[in-house]
Write a protein that binds this ligand. Sequence first.
Ligand SMILES: Nc1ncnc2c1ncn2[C@@H]1O[C@H](COP(=O)(O)OP(=O)(O)OP(=O)(O)O)[C@@H](O)[C@H]1O
Ligand SMILES: [Mg+2]
Ligand SMILES: [Zn+2]
Length: 181
Amino acid sequence: MIALARKYRPKRFSDLLVQDHVAAALRGAVAGARVAHGYLFAGPRGVGKTTAARILAMALNCERRGSGTAGEPCGECDSCTRVWNGAVNLDVVELDAASNRGVDDARDLRERAMYAASGEGRHKVYIVDEAHMLTREAWNALLKILEEPPPRVVFVPTPSSIACGTWSAPRGSPQTTRRCT
Ligand SMILES: Nc1ncnc2c1ncn2[C@@H]1O[C@H](COP(=O)(O)OP(=O)(O)OP(=O)(O)O)[C@@H](O)[C@H]1O
Ligand SMILES: [Mg+2]
Ligand SMILES: [Zn+2]
């Protein structure tokens, strides 16, 4: 079952089913270097929020960027493979907010976000899984990243919600693209 899930887990925006409009918008943003500082992927369980966040992280840091379809990750270079496998990666950080939901965790993340990406042309991507579990104080601490984002840092909370609209980003989050499915 795990092998199957991995085998079919999409590696490219074009592999994302149903979410074509989201995939096209993200691919276009990467291709045109118009990536925002924050993307909020909210929606029910299993629609591909974490998957889309990982593909975005792959696309932004792909070593063969520009060689294939514009904006798509190659899915095969060392950087893509590490993101796809969830391996330790300097530039792509996945935080499980279900078990790290307090203000100290958020401060820790904020401090790490202040360091620039590891190389020229790379982006730091913070994927905050299960972001609906964060405490209000933790959110307030994270807001700082969105208010004064360091260059080339992209913050991607992926909260699950049974019904769209039961969870929303704090007021004042700038440049946050909201997409409910
Ligand atoms: N739009 C999609 N196209 C193709 N495969 C998908 C899509 N959405 C989900 N999947 C498949 O389902 C699995 C689960 O997706 P994912 O973990 O991204 O969902 P999620 O929205 O983050 O769910 P959760 O709310 O439980 O965190 C993925 O490994 C992927 O293989
Ligand atoms: Mg998820
Ligand atoms: Zn690649």
